[in-house]
Design a protein around this ligand. Structure first.
Ligand code: F3S
Length: 421
């Protein structure tokens, strides 16, 4: 890798042995992916490791060494959501014990993050880019984020440049303030290998559309044509929320780190079909394909006919507008009656705080019995006890990584009304 004079000096140990190790790790990481240089990061970090899993001992040792060396991230940073919230997401005694053992190192991790430069105590959400949370890159910014749903949003909707990094190296890159130049950081890596032709007769559910795209293109970049027919050409809050959910599904059902939507996302607006490589492939998504994808999702509940016990709405976390929309939908359906299934709406702590400040809306929501939380439902379910709970969700990402069952919003509301599938 070609290094600048400053980078070479770091590598020679002029900033101490820890900085030398950090730079060497970032170089090694870049070289694996064929990078031949580093570039300065120009905005704040977002990290994926938010859960203080006791077994992550080497990770905590690394953080301790960084802190002891007096190093911090260049800017402040945000982190993925917490795994548990006993006040708003029910757990029985045994589950509470499991959480206590599993996440024993949570105070340790939180303490390390506060020393390294976390934004504040509300920094724990995967939707760090929402206005209420405030970790908002600009178009063209170079980032070193992890969390696939945040990376795909930053790349596609904002037009920042970020690879799909993993936990640990994300922190190191934000301490050194540099990231290797490869893949989605480069113009070439941002070109689309797929043209996705949308030929549905109605506006597709974003989580289903993202799933269909991700399952087909896997880690490639898609250029989506025909979605502007339903979304229009303005990146307003509603469209951003749609793209947030579509992107998260494409990033988890496949491994999409960037998509372009014709006439809508910034690079597609500027460059149009010039973003397609010469020999691009075409994939048509129509009603039939959409249904086929939906019906391919397996039911892997322990008891496949069980009544749902919990419903998670908001993975990735809901935007403020989505929270209001769900409040209206639930209040319209249930009024003063309680929802028969434990229902949890998930949003960033800053979004929750803003929503709660609107006491009318908040009381309308809690009258239905729904709860508000800022956890990551995937982390909540990632243990032998919670994985057996029959959980329903409107998140295709949660469906992909857990035993939960996915239903589009309208179907989810019908199930909530019936109290059964
Ligand atoms: Fe966010 Fe956790 Fe879902 S990080 S995208 S709530 S799996």
């Amino acid at each position: 890798m070609k290094l600048t004079k400053e980078e070479q000096a770091f590598l020679n140990g002029e900033k101490g042995p820890t900085m030398k190790k950090i730079l060497q790790s970032v170089i090694d990481y870049g070289e694996i992916f064929g990078a031949d240089s580093l570039v300065d990061i120009t905005n704040n970090g977002h990290f994926v490791i938010s859960m203080g899993v006791s077994l992550f001992t080497p990770f905590y040792l690394m953080l301790d060494e960084i802190i002891e060396s007096g190093l911090k991230t260049k800017g402040n940073f945000t982190v993925d959501p917490f795994p548990v919230d006993h006040a708003n997401v029910k757990s029985n005694l045994l589950q509470k014990v499991i959480f206590k053992v599993l996440y024993k190192a949570q105070p340790k991790l939180d303490d390390c993050y506060s020393r390294l430069g976390i934004k504040d105590k509300n920094a724990y959400s995967c939707t760090c880019y929402l206005p209420e949370v405030g970790n908002i890159p600009k178009r063209g910014d170079i980032l070193a984020w992890s969390e696939s749903s945040a990376v795909v949003f930053a790349n596609s909707v904002i037009g920042a440049r970020c690879n799909r990094n993993s936990g640990g190296i994300d922190i190191l890159m934000n301490i050194i303030g540099k990231t290797p130049v490869f893949d989605l950081i480069t113009d070439e890596g941002r070109k689309a290998k797929w043209l996705i032709q949308l030929e549905t007769t109605t506006k597709p559910n974003p989580q289903l559309l993202g799933s269909a795209i991700g399952l087909k293109v896997m880690e490639d970049v898609p250029y989506i044509v025909g979605l502007d027919k339903y979304l229009g050409q303005e990146l307003n809050e509603e469209n951003k929320a749609y793209l947030k959910d579509m992107g998260a599904a494409s990033a988890s059902n496949g491994a999409v780190g960037l998509y372009h939507v014709e006439n809508l996302t910034p690079e597609a607006k500027e460059l149009g079909k010039k973003l397609l490589i010469k020999d691009y492939k075409t994939y048509i998504i129509n009603e039939k394909k959409k249904k086929k994808v939906y019906s391919s999702y397996p039911n892997i509940w322990k008891n496949t006919n069980a009544k749902p016990k919990k419903c998670f709405i908001g993975c990735p976390h809901l935007s403020l507008q989505q929270l209001y929309n769900w409040t209206d939908s639930l209040a319209n359906e249930f009024g003063k009656k309680k929802i028969p299934i434990e229902t949890i709406l998930l949003a960033a702590p800053d979004v929750v705080a803003k929503f709660k400040a609107d006491t009318n809306a908040y009381s309308k929501l809690i009258t239905t019995g729904a709860k508000l939380s800022s956890i990551c439902p995937l982390m909540y379910m990632a243990n032998p006890l919670c994985k057996d709970i029959p959980i329903i969700t409107n998140s295709n990402k949660l469906r992909t990584y857990t035993t939960s069952r996915f239903f589009p919003d309208e179907k989810l509301i019908e199930i909530l009304k019936r109290g059964a599938i």
